[in-house]
Ligand binder design. Structure first.
Ligand code: AP5
Length: 221
């Protein structure tokens, strides 16, 4: 099963991708997490992309496509994966078409003001990638990751100015992909304004519908 979680910055892609990964036993492949890890470890990739992340701009397509194609060719992706934050440009979408056929693109739709509030209040664990929110999804112990016990951080690109820039970049370069996948019959809209569990339930329903359509006799997923 190959899923794409699509949506603007802070729509809840990472939150839902982690829950889906747990439920379906396939890995979350999050470009943002892979790039932030590379930056933190100061790898050659990290040095190349740091400036893009800091400014809330998209990294170059060739670099990002290479990162993703290497990641999805690892053994844990054999049964499928959940792409979170990829593709984000038409060039990336075309590259993905060459790599594989995705089963479903879930487009999370959230109001602009809520997106900004979600980003500014987000707290992240740099070790395990768990995502919390000071108001909407606080950890049991304030500021501490429930999985690792480490101190949570606020991402550098979650400052309000950078968030607004990321939203602008999303509308210019990423939003056109909605129509691309809709025309292919792959896209389902998910109402992202409800609570985390309400959004999750919509996704599980959409996935069970495509699983039913592809049930034995039709090839299966
Ligand atoms: P990336 O890390 O992918 O950032 P993003 O797309 O901006 O997405 P976010 O991580 O901000 O949000 P999310 O949708 O995952 O929301 P989350 O679940 O955390 O990318 C960062 C940067 O990397 C980019 O700016 C770019 O520079 C580069 N990059 C990445 N991919 C690239 C690509 N393909 N090409 C080029 N460059 C690329 O939730 C947000 C908050 O809301 C959390 O606090 C959460 O607890 C809360 N929340 C979640 N769901 C709900 C809900 N239903 N109700 C209330 N609160 C909620």
């Amino acid at each position: 099963m190959k899923l794409v979680i699509f949506g603007p910055p802070s729509a809840g892609k990472g939150t839902q991708a982690q829950k889906l990964a747990q439920r379906y036993g396939i890995p979350q492949v999050a470009t943002g997490d892979l790039l932030r890890k590379a930056v933190a470890e100061k790898t050659p990739l990290g040095l190349k992309v740091k400036e893009y992340l800091d400014k809330g701009k998209l990294g170059p397509d060739d670099l990002i496509v290479k990162v993703i194609s290497e990641r999805v060719s690892k053994p844990d992706c054999k049964k499928g994966y959940i792409l979170d934050g990829f593709p984000r440009t038409m060039g990336q979408a075309k590259a993905l078409d060459k790599m594989t056929e995705v089963d479903l693109v879930m487009n999370i739709v959230v109001d602009l003001d809520e997106l900004v509030e979600r980003a500014v209040g987000r707290r992240t664990c740099l070790k395990c990638g768990a995502v919390y929110h000071v108001k909407f999804n606080p950890p049991m112990n304030e500021g501490i990751c429930e999985n690792c016990g480490l101190k949570l951080i606020q991402r550098d690109d979650d400052k309000e100015d950078t968030v607004r820039n990321r939203l602008k970049v999303y509308h210019e370069q990423t939003a056109p992909l909605i129509e691309y996948y809709r025309q292919k019959g792959k896209l389902v809209d998910i109402v992202g304004g409800g609570g985390i569990e309400v959004v999750f339930a919509q996704m599980v329903k959409a996935i069970s519908q495509i699983k039913q359509r592809a049930s034995p006799g039709h090839g299966g997923l």
